[in-house]
Design a protein around this ligand. Structure first.
Ligand code: ATP
Ligand code: MG
Length: 338
């Protein structure tokens, strides 16, 4: 018998501070940087040619736009700008990328930073409800865990941009107690690197975006893999700058808090389970791409006993892949009809 959902399209969305992605049962896999921009005035509208721009296109045209990155430190920014509207635009845009047929029912699982889930669940629900027929909002690390079949005695550490989210799985849907969020993640590294470079090279001209790109290209922790030199203008002329130590210090600055939170969360479990969880930790998020980070954390955690850490293969889509899998597996009674 044909079920009602047979004509539906299932989507998993990872709504992130810096990047948002979608995976759909139709095969679509797309991502954008989580920026939304609206033309400032009618001249800007003529220049950019459309009423709303996303991701890197919005960033490139930022001088003509009212630009918004709606999530900050894992929460929807309040009051300052059009953040809720921007979340709505991102969701709409991502869903349009899956090209659903008109009238096709959309079942969406949306993964958001754990704190957004706590404080902005209603706002997220409102933002998504216009575009889908059924919805479930889950935390990002739970979506990652589900996608990797890590349902029991495991831990996901998702090092994103605004937050690092932790989630322990012990054979049931994780509760608030099983999850924790800290604010030391990619954006924090960028701030540290920016200030270290300002200190070392006060006469050189660079901005936060350049600093983030340096990090994404050269990030490492632990042993120095090579000398890192980048071109930065000084008095209008390009000059090579050595940034090796600054990259190392900035990337390592997030690690003590990650180690501390991991050990604290695991310590709450029965010793028998502690050993199992410690042997099944997975590192996700863009921060898992920092060279040497898996080895560094594994050896720091070994001080508290045997421990095995793996990294996800595809940090960009691990959250949305997991959310899609959840959407496809979820029994009807869990869906929230809209
Ligand atoms: N090769 C890399 N080395 C270090 N950091 C990287 C690298 N590639 C991406 N990043 C950083 O990872 C972060 C983005 O990761 P991710 O897409 O998981 O975050 P997000 O889901 O948008 O954020 P959040 O989960 O906090 O909402 C950014 O800070 C980005 O600069
Ligand atoms: Mg994320």
């Amino acid at each position: 018998m044909k079920r009602k959902e047979d004509d539906a399209i299932f989507v998993g969305i990872d709504l992130g501070t810096s990047r948002s992605s979608i995976c759909a049962s139709s095969g679509t896999r797309e991502w954008i940087e989580s920026y939304v921009g609206w033309p400032k005035d009618f001249i800007s509208l003529k220049v950019v040619g459309k009423p709303v721009l996303f991701g890197s296109e919005a960033l490139q045209n930022r001088l003509s736009l009212e630009l918004c990155r709606p999530l900050q430190h894992g929460m929807i920014k309040e009051g300052i700008d059009r953040s809720e509207e921007a979340v709505r635009e991102i969701i709409k845009h991502l869903i349009e990328l899956t090209k659903p047929a008109s009238e096709q029912k959309i079942f969406a699982v949306v993964g958001v930073p754990a704190d957004t889930l706590k404080t902005n669940k209603l706002a997220i629900r409102n933002a998504v409800s216009e575009f889908v027929h059924s919805l479930m909002v889950v935390s990002e690390p739970f979506a990652v865990a589900y996608g990797l079949d890590l349902l029991n005695n495991s831990m996901v550490i998702d090092v994103g941009a605004g937050t690092t989210d932790f989630c322990i799985m012990h054979g049931s849907i994780p509760t608030e107690d099983d999850q924790k969020t800290i604010l030391t993640a990619g954006d924090y590294i960028d701030e540290q690197l920016f200030s270290y470079l300002n200190e070392k090279y006060p006469n050189s001209k660079f901005n936060k975006n350049m600093v983030r790109l340096f990090k994404e290209k050269y990030s490492f922790v632990g042993k120095v893999p090579e000398d890192i030199k980048v071109e930065i203008p000084v008095d209008g002329k390009p000059v090579m700058h050595d940034i090796t130590n600054e990259i190392k210090r900035a990337c390592e600055s997030i690690l003590p808090a990650i180690v501390e939170t991991t050990t604290e969360m695991i310590a709450r479990f029965d010793p028998e389970f502690q050993v199992k969880i410690k042997n099944n930790i997975v590192l996700a998020g863009g921060g898992s791409l920092i060279r040497g980070v898996r080895e560094y954390l594994q050896s720091a955690l070994k001080e508290y006993g045997q421990c095995i850490l793996k990294s996800v293969d595809d940090p960009l889509f691990a959250g949305s892949d997991g959310a899609l899998k959840l959407a496809q597996d979820m029994p009807v009674k869990y869906w929230e009809p809209l």
